[in-house]
Design a protein around this ligand. Structure first.
Ligand SMILES: *Cc1c(COP(=O)(O)O)cnc(C)c1O
Length: 408
């Protein structure tokens, strides 16, 4: 096994929360796919904003308003650079991936009609299913599901067979939050483009763990949430190609998104403001930028490599426990392990692990169709980040063994 070059001990010092105890034990936080923890530089950015330059942006002539506006727009450029977008105004601030997807799904109401098709993968988070169902209900378009195999990989031949002139949109996650599968989105995007369909990729689980380059992918829309990227909750981004964002109608009406308003007619502001009605999460946006700086400093390639070491180590150790079944065994995976133990409800394991200070998630992970596919009510999910250690995985494995003994 390759050894990481990251100084994990030093990195862990940046995360105050990792020092706390839970139920009398040092915290082992393995719920990173639900939300990541926040490093000191991001916390300092939040405190710094409210301590020094809290003001509404874009409209003020005074110094604080200028400083807040500058910091917010600088954060937009940090996001642009992190995802390698061609233009800063192709990056929209949103409240998170869910909001980002809804902006696109709502906008496509103007473009779709009966007979059109939206293809969605079988392994989506509910937030990349429901908005498309609502869109299809509004427009009469139909939703088609790209199937997957028991390893949790999309069936690419079937996908290609589903594409036609009727396909207007293909939506898929880059990485599955419930299985960890890294989907072959480059192929998906180019095949979809070959029939003239637009593509939205839900990158909520990919951006924190692997390199993303929206220009190289040639993707039309890409989404991410700050809170999974060491940033705060309630802020995220939507990347859209300029040509698409220009065509797409605004999602919400209000202040900031207009050029001119009279009671007879309103003209909309240019990009990105057309999609940013109202006072945004200013502090959150700035902190999102600080979080991306933090990740960039560590290096996304180094993160990907180290997390892969953790995945291999944890998978091997977990499979040595009798009765463990892992869901999601794709060759290409991020450090997410969804599993069950024969005859034991996932919730019971999760509850006992919490007593030992170990945080994992149990349930359907907002992906009920995946659970239906495997005919299970849910799984236990351990998801790792670059600040986790092999010692923590050992404690997790010991915890699972102990919980299993107590429950069988
Ligand atoms: C977390 C997640 C979402 C939803 O993100 P929010 O930040 O809750 O809006 C969507 N898709 C995937 C794959 C996710 O992991």
């Amino acid at each position: 096994m390759q050894q990481t070059t990251l100084d994990i001990t030093r990195i862990r010092k940046d995360f105050p929360i990792l020092k706390r105890e839970v139920n009398g034990n040092p915290l082992v936080y393995l719920d990173n796919a639900a939300t990541s923890q926040t490093p000191k530089p991001v916390i300092d950015t939040i405190v710094g904003y409210y301590s020094n330059y809290n003001a509404n942006i874009h409209r003020g002539v005074h110094t604080l308003a200028q400083e807040a506006t500058d910091a917010y727009e600088k954060a937009r450029i940090k996001i642009q650079n992190f995802f390698n977008a061609a233009k800063a105004h192709e990056i929209l601030f949103t409240s998170g991936t869910t909001h980002s997807i809804n902006i696109v799904a709502n906008g496509f109401s103007s473009f779709l009609t009966k007979g059109d098709e939206v293809l969605v993968s079988a392994m989506e988070h509910h937030s990349n299913i429901v908005p498309w169902q609502m869109l299809c209900e509004r427009t009469g378009a139909s939703l088609k599901v790209i199937p997957m195999n028991p390893e949790g990989e999309l069936l690419m031949q079937e996908f290609k067979g589903m594409l036609s002139d009727n396909t207007k949109l293909v939506v898929c996650n880059h990485v599955s939050n419930a299985l960890g599968t890294i989907n072959p989105i480059k192929v998906i995007i180019s095949e979809a483009h070959a029939v003239g369909a637009a593509v939205l990729i839900d990158g909520a689980q990919a951006a924190p763990h692997i390199k993303v380059d929206v220009q190289e992918l040639n993707v039309d829309f890409y989404t991410a949430s700050a809170h999974k990227l060491c940033g705060p909750t309630g802020v995220g981004m939507l990347y859209g190609k300029e040509e698409w964002l220009t065509k797409l109608p605004p999602y919400q009406g209000g202040g900031e998104m207009i050029a001119e308003v009279t009671f007879e007619k309103t003209t909309y502001a240019g990009l990105p403001h057309k999609f940013e009605a109202g006072t945004p999460n200013i502090c959150g946006g700035i902190a999102f930028g600080a979080a991306l700086d933090y990740i960039k400093n560590i290096g996304i390639e180094a993160i990907a490599q180290y997390e892969h070491e953790l995945l291999t180590y944890a998978t091997d150790r977990l499979l040595s426990i009798e009765g463990v079944k892992i869901y999601g065994t794709s060759q290409e995976k991020t450090a997410v392990i969804s599993f069950n133990i024969k005859g034991i409800h996932p919730y019971d394991i999760g509850t006992l692990l919490d007593k030992m200070g170990i945080a994992v998630r149990t349930g359907h992970h907002c992906a009920q169709p995946i659970m239906d596919y495997f005919k299970i009510p849910g799984t236990i999910r351990a998801s790792f980040s670059f600040y986790n250690t092999k010692e923590e995985i050992d404690r997790f494995i010991d915890g699972v063994v102990k919980a299993k003994q107590m429950l069988s």
